[in-house]
Design a protein around this ligand. Structure first.
Ligand code: GLN
Length: 305
């Protein structure tokens, strides 16, 4: 790691001067030195500079990270090196690694992602778990995933419950195009994609489960300026002054679309549990509950009809 090195203001091509020149002069640009130099360019504010450099170099070379690490002395062709440098420069400018590689793993499945979709978060796997607890593998239940983005939640549920019949919606046609790619590449056959603003194009019906990871960050939350969030679609993140607008629409519209005993499950902000439980109760949901994520924060709330 580079924690003891001098802080750098950003990627300035400087690592070429300091690290690469001896190797370039020797005619061989090798994995180990390239990763070390790139990690140095990414640090010190980056939490995992070495890992990120490895992931990006493996991506450029079209190999897995393990294969890359197994061959530290492997030479990097000049074109690959140029592509890698360009990716490191974009990463230094704040672009998320997932957008640079175009992929993100969720529920042990590789998903395609682009600037048109939120990058799937590990805490959303808790939403999938909560859904699976309510879906029997034996019965063909009906599920709606609202604001599906890249389709991660719908595809994960589809994989675990192949007998379910899933409708996945998004208001963004570009997001739906990404979801379509993911449905196709994962071979899910029980997902129907639908362009729709929360529930408005979904007829009064009988879903056994409606679930969503909606936007829930308050409009002026400083969190929107941190980490990967500035580069992610605002539409997928921010939802009014308290971050509750999308959740309000969903809770208000869900009951007529649920079967008897049908459940609603929502991901929300760590400090929104009380508000979301109140919304669910005020809209007549029964058995209202909240689950914590693995960081111990209130993250998923739900209830049933
Ligand atoms: N959990 C995300 C974050 O705060 C927000 C995701 C969302 O709004 N659905 O980084």
């Amino acid at each position: 790691m580079t924690q003891n090195d001098e802080p750098r203001s950003g990627f300035d091509g400087g690592y070429d001067r300091y690290e690469m020149r001896p190797e370039i002069e020797a005619g061989a640009v090798r994995v180990s030195k390239t990763v070390a130099a790139a990690a140095r360019a990414l640090g010190p504010r980056n939490e995992a500079p070495r890992l990120e450099a490895e992931v990006l170099l493996a991506h450029v070379l079209g190999v897995g990270r393990a294969a890359l690490l197994a061959r530290p002395e492997m030479e990097i062709p000049p074109q690959a090196r140029a592509r890698f440098d360009a990716l490191i420069a974009r990463r230094v400018d704040g672009e998320p690694v997932a957008y640079l590689t175009g992929t993100k793993e969720f529920w042990s499945i590789q998903f395609e992602v682009s600037h048109d979709v939120l990058i799937p978060r590990p805490e959303t796997e808790r939403l999938v778990e909560a859904a699976l607890d309510r879906l029997s593998p034996a019965r063909p239940q009906r599920v709606a995933d609202l604001g599906t983005g890249c389709g991660a939640v719908a595809v994960a549920i589809s994989r675990e419950r192949p007998r379910a019949s899933i409708v996945a919606t998004d208001i963004s046609p570009r997001a739906l195009a990404v979801a379509r790619q993911n449905v196709t590449r994962t071979g899910a056959t029980n997902i129907r994609l639908l362009a729709c603003n929360w529930l408005n194009a979904i007829a009064v019906s009988a879903f056994d489960l409606i679930l969503s990871n909606p936007p829930y960050v308050p409009d002026f939350d400083p969190h929107l300026r941190r980490g990967d969030l500035p580069m992610e679609p605002r539409l997928a993140l921010a939802a009014g002054p308290e971050g509750l607008e999308a959740i309000r629409s969903i809770v208000a519209g869900a009951k007529p679309r649920l079967a008897e005993k049908g459940a609603l499950l929502l991901e929300h902000g760590f400090d929104q549990g009380t508000a979301v439980r109140a919304l669910l109760k005020n809209n007549g949901f029964l058995g209202v509950f909240t689950l914590r994520d693995y960081a111990g924060h209130e993250r998923i709330s739900g209830g049933h009809k």
